[in-house]
Design a protein around this ligand. Structure first.
Ligand SMILES: Nc1ncnc2c1ncn2[C@@H]1O[C@H](COP(=O)(O)OP(=O)(O)OP(=O)(O)O)[C@@H](O)[C@H]1O
Length: 347
């Protein structure tokens, strides 16, 4: 449904040029929800705005629903944009128009008759749960309600793609949850393909089927959500995951950690495991087969879509050779083992 091929975007030129997107390839199949996550300044907004040509790529091609967007003339581009809805972090509602008239706006611009507008807007307001707010003005609404109006407005022209630019970033967690639920319903009931950008893993976990990680203008990971949460392939991906899971060693331990290993130290490791490994008694086997004791500092199990993810921070207690063997043993059982550092032996 959405295809970006070798898309690059450079702002400015010469010494002040900013290469916001570098050779991006992205495929979002029809009916799916695809998240693009990245740090501030990574290029997320630029990427999503290239889909409906609010930003024109410097290079590459953008295809939406079979139409090559950069080849369209002005009027064909306008037509194509009717099929691509968009919502924004700060809602972008017209403050002088009431809820009904905000939702009606795209239909008015398309030259629809008042009766057709009435027939379209009222069911949309029902759908987003704001049928009783039609006459209210944006200033009288909460953030979540404003975003619902923006969603209804984005759906007014019956798009088959919805672009969400940090749509929940200005909302509290509970309201975020209800907006994400609405987006999921829209995807399921209307079959609308959704491309969203976010810096929040929670958003990706809640509704996305697939996710791409963008860093410094490049797509560095592209995976099913369950795969990304259980086995990110880049350091940045792991950082996002660790921040999300809040699995960081206690402060006292961080202060004691050193990079240097030796016979008088033992390693502190972060273990991530999924699938069969979650239900396998690996820790007791480690004691039996490698003669290494495990002191668990933190542990949790998370459900990510259809997968279970286990996480643990632990000290491995044994000689240097034994702990090396233990780590190799864990890796051979598909655990991701990350050495956080080494602490002086106290036992
Ligand atoms: N109109 C512009 N002119 C010049 N540079 C720009 C413009 N828009 C964005 N940039 C630059 O392009 C890079 C990517 O910006 P972009 O807004 O796409 O990132 P982002 O990931 O959406 O960031 P954030 O999460 O902070 O919104 C940044 O270095 C930014 O300063």
């Amino acid at each position: 449904m959405i295809e970006l091929s070798n898309v690059s975007k450079t702002y400015g030129s010469g010494e002040s040029a900013v290469h916001a997107l570098k050779d991006i390839n992205l495929h979002v199949p029809k009916g799916t929800i695809h998240g693009v996550i990245g740090l501030s300044g990574a290029g997320k907004s630029t990427l999503i705005r290239c889909v409906n040509l609010l930003e024109r790529p410097t290079q590459g091609s953008v295809t939406v629903d079979g139409q090559e967007m950069m080849r369209l003339n002005r009027s064909a581009l306008n037509q194509a944009r009717h099929r691509i809805g968009m919502i924004f972090q700060h809602f972008n509602l017209l403050t002088t128009r009431n809820v009904f008239d905000n939702v009606a706006l795209p239909l008015e611009l398309m030259g629809e008759k008042r009766s057709a507008i009435q027939n379209r807007v009222l069911p949309l307001l029902e759908m987003v749960g704001l049928a009783d707010k039609a006459k209210q003005y944006p200033a009288q609404l909460s953030g979540g309600q404003k975003q619902r109006v923006a969603i209804a407005r984005a759906l007014a022209s019956k798009p088959n793609v919805l672009l969400c630019d940090e749509a929940t970033s200005a909302l509290d967690p509970q309201t975020t949850g209800s907006i994400l639920e609405l987006l999921r319903d829209i995807n399921r009931q209307l079959g609308i393909t959704i491309l969203l950008i976010t810096h929040e893993m929670e958003v990706v976990k809640s509704i996305c089927h697939r996710v791409s990680l963008i860093s410094n203008g490049k797509l560095v990971e592209d995976a099913e959500v369950g795969e990304f949460f259980t086995a990110p392939t880049t350091t940045l991906g792991r950082e996002f995951l660790n921040d999300f899971l809040q699995l960081t060693p206690p402060k006292e331990l961080i202060e004691r950690l050193s990079d240097t290993s030796g016979e008088d130290t033992h390693p502190v490791v972060r273990l991530t495991f999924s699938g069969d490994a979650v239900s396998t008694p690996l820790i007791s086997r480690l004691a039996r087969e490698c003669n290494v004791d495990v002191s668990i500092l933190q542990a949790k199990v998370e459900s990510i879509q259809d997968r279970t993810l286990g996480l643990m921070i632990a000290e491995l207690l044994g000689s240097e050779t034994q702990t090396q063997e233990a780590m190799a043993y864990l890796q051979s059982h598909q655990l991701n083992v990350e050495v956080l550092g080494h602490v002086q032996r106290t036992v």
